[in-house]
Design a protein around this ligand. Structure first.
Ligand SMILES: [Zn+2]
Length: 128
């Protein structure tokens, strides 16, 4: 999977709307870690069940210590997270796009997404 810096402009697929990247992690690049806001992992897991653009083949987490572990982590419970993207729109209308695997990054690798992204995810869940 290609690395993108958090909050950079999305240019992975041809899209009409401006979107910002969040959570396209790679072990070659540092990422922010910290305790996730309450409910964030559950919210991301929920979003992962509705992932879009599942057309890029299977992605394996390269932060995991070995391939066997990474392969096990392409699923979280019943949800396949080794492909596809999750999209969230903030109250200000900003659209964020992330790999479905972002839930694994937060839950297992301590990744802390940008605050504005966490707020948008939690607000979206609350609004359902
Ligand atoms: Zn991993």
């Amino acid at each position: 999977m290609t690395y993108f810096a958090d909050l950079s402009s999305y240019s992975y697929l041809e899209v009409n709307e401006a979107m910002l990247n969040v959570g396209w992690l790679d072990r070659e690049h540092e990422y922010t870690t910290g305790p996730a806001p309450a409910g964030l992992v559950d919210a991301l897991a929920d979003l992962a069940t509705g992932a879009v653009s599942v057309c890029r083949g299977t992605h394996f987490c390269n932060l995991c210590p070995d391939f066997q572990t990474a392969r096990e982590n392409t699923s979280r419970g019943e949800t396949f997270i080794g492909s596809g993207e999750v999209r969230v729109t903030s109250a200000r209308g900003t659209i964020y796009t992330s790999p479905a695997m972002i839930v694994h990054y937060v839950e297992t690798h301590g990744y802390l997404p940008p605050e504005e992204y966490c707020e948008a995810v939690l607000a979206q869940l609350a609004g359902e």
